[in-house]
Every structure is written in structure tokens, then in C-alpha cells.
Design a protein around this ligand. Structure first.
Ligand code: ASP
Length: 334
């Protein structure tokens, strides 16, 4: 009798003291401001300026999700805000191509329907991500480019700006530096990456799992400093730099050509779908085994709201938040 009552007490004790698994977050969001960051040795105040910029946008995205906004709406709003902020290589603040002009790429994707839209090489659209969304919603197509995309922008009545609206002094200096380096090397190789990481990337992106469990991704970029005129990177290519389905949503940043070759977004999702990998495993495999060191990184979220932000470059501007109270912004490794 004593044995069975002490056994009962043991079971009761164990039941009361087993820590329950952490509750899945009702919503989750990750943002990035690109893999090419300023040097770690830069003054703290300068780093803080970028962290503050990330924090403002992340907070807005988190508030939208907390009040129940849909994943795609949150991604579009967050990336539009990042396009307005000259810190980032998207919209105002976009890098210059080799001709000293801006050609912008953007994409959105809704994971629950696989509906997606993208634009490439637009020059006068204030918010390329919003035009990408209109491609998704108002046309039977997925990707519009160049003059056709501009004409579609006119038909849709979206806000237009002169190409010089996207100019910033620091991007002009970056182009000068890249062209000077190329001149010194005497190379015509347009894909020589600028040697300073902060001159390379800076694309923006957002991935979200909303309260309804839907996933979405959005990405916007000016591409690579000094890129060849007409070059299109991975960001507007569905499955490469931007992707969402029922398993995960992914936004990438880095050397677009590498992300295109390895179809990064879709490969992460396929590892989960067909290989049974977790989000963390799939992201690690692609970022650290498939891509080359210094190619860049990704942010991603899965259908349970787990977040991942991994990079093989020196840093990646990023922010993560969820309904369980997580809220962090970072540039370098934790
Ligand atoms: N992936 C972008 C591109 O190649 C660049 C970036 O991430 O900053 O166009």
C-alpha cells in the first residue's frame, strides 16, 4: 500500500514538474537589411543608427501582426518602409549600376496560395514592392520587367519619381570606388564584387507567419553596386531570393548569381518538404554547405512560427520578433 501511494506521489510530482514545451508563437516576423554590413570596427554610434532603423520597422511589423494583419500585408508594408529609408539598398538609397543609374527589383509571395508577383529593372517606381504586389493581384503574370513594368506602373497609377530620387551620397561614393578598383585591375569583369562589404549588398526583406498561420515573403533591392546595365539578380526571381509556400517563407541577401544558381528559397522549402528537415536544418545546410563563404544569408520562418536568420558573410542586418515576446535586432553574430 505504501509502495503504491509513494508511486502515485512520484507520478503526481513528475506530472506537476514536467516543463511543458514552449507555446508556439501566434505570429512571427523577421526582417533583413542585407548581408553587406559596415565593418565591425566602425564606431558604436554608427552601428546603433542601423540598429535603430531596423528596430523602428520591426516594431511596426510586430504591432501589425499583433492586431491581426495578414502576412502579405505586413510584408508589403514593412518592405515599403525599408524602401523609404536611405540606409538600405532598396528604393531610396539603392545602389548605382555601372552607368550611374538605379534599376530596382522586388518580389512578393503568398505561401498559402503560391500567388506571387515581381518586377525587375524598374527605374521610376517609388515602391517597387507595391508594384510587385500589383503584378500578383492585377495580372495573370508573375514577373514584369523594364519598360513593360514601367508602363504597368502607369496603368496602375502608382507613385512615380525621377531616377535621381533614389540617389544618395554614400552609394555614389561606393560606385566611384568600385569603378576605380575595376580601372586599377584593368578588368572588364562586371561581376567583380566591390571589395568593401558595405558596398556590396544591402537588399531588404521580410518574412512573416501571421495569426491565421499564413506565411508570406517580400524582398526589394537595387542589386549590386556597379552591376551591368540590365542585370537582374535573385530578389525578383521566385524560388531564388524570395519564396513562400506552406512550409516556410524565405528572403535572401547576397551575391544574387549564387542564389539563382542554387535556387535558395525553394531549396530550403524542398529540404523541409521532401527531406523532413526542420527549418533550422534546411537553412544551415543551404547557407553553410551549398553556398560559398561570403555569399550572404537568409531570413526564414516556418508554419509553426520558428524563425531563422543565418549568414556566411561577416554580418547581416536583421531583426526577429514573435508573439512570445522575442524582439531583437543584430548586425553581427550573436
Ligand atoms: N541579392 C541582391 C542581388 O544580387 C543583392 C543583395 O542582397 O544586396 O541583386
Amino acid at each position: 500500500m505504501r509502495t503504491s501511494s509513494s508511486l502515485f506521489a512520484c507520478v503526481l510530482f513528475a506530472a506537476c514538474h514536467t516543463t511543458p514545451p514552449p507555446a508556439l508563437p501566434a505570429w512571427s516576423i523577421a526582417i533583413h537589411g542585407g548581408a553587406g554590413t559596415l565593418a565591425k570596427s566602425r564606431p558604436q554610434a554608427e552601428q546603433q543608427e542601423y540598429l535603430d532603423a531596423l528596430q523602428r520597422v520591426l516594431r511596426d511589423g510586430a504591432e501589425r501582426l499583433a492586431r491581426g494583419d495578414a502576412a502579405l500585408d505586413v510584408c508589403t508594408a514593412v518592405v515599403s518602409a525599408l524602401e523609404d529609408d536611405p540606409h538600405w539598398n532598396a528604393g531610396r538609397g539603392a545602389v548605382f549600376n555601372e552607368r550611374g543609374e538605379h534599376e530596382l527589383d522586388a518580389a512578393v509571395m503568398d505561401g498559402s496560395t503560391l500567388r506571387c508577383g515581381a518586377v525587375a529593372g524598374v527605374r521610376t517606381v517609388e515602391h517597387p514592392v507595391q508594384l510587385a504586389r500589383l503584378v500578383m493581384e492585377q495580372t495573370p503574370h508573375v514577373l514584369l520587367m523594364g519598360d513593360g513594368a514601367e508602363q504597368f506602373a502607369t496603368a496602375m497609377g502608382v507613385v512615380r519619381v525621377p531616377n535621381s530620387h533614389f540617389d544618395t551620397e554614400h552609394r555614389r561614393r561606393a560606385l566611384d570606388e568600385v569603378l576605380r578598383e575595376r580601372g586599377l585591375r584593368g578588368t572588364t569583369g562586371h561581376l567583380d564584387l566591390p571589395s568593401r562589404p558595405e558596398h556590396r549588398f544591402g537588399t531588404v526583406g521580410c518574412v512573416v507567419r501571421d495569426r491565421a498561420g499564413h506565411l508570406a515573403a517580400a524582398t526589394s533591392t537595387g542589386g549590386l553596386t556597379g552591376k551591368r546595365w540590365g542585370r537582374v539578380g535573385d530578389s525578383p526571381v521566385v524560388g531564388a531570393g524570395n519564396y513562400a509556400d506552406a512550409y516556410c517563407a524565405v528572403s535572401g541577401t547576397g551575391t544574387g548569381e549564387q542564389f539563382l544558381r542554387h535556387v535558395v528559397g525553394r531549396t530550403i522549402a524542398a529540404r523541409m518538404q521532401f527531406g523532413g528537415q526542420t527549418l533550422a536544418q534546411a537553412v544551415d545546410a543551404v547557407v553553410f554547405d551549398t553556398l560559398q563563404p561570403d555569399d550572404g544569408g537568409v531570413i526564414a520562418v516556418d508554419r509553426d512560427g520558428n524563425l531563422a536568420a543565418k549568414f556566411n558573410s561577416a554580418g547581416m542586418y536583421r531583426g526577429l520578433a514573435d508573439a512570445n515576446g522575442r524582439f531583437l535586432v543584430r548586425i553581427f553574430e550573436d
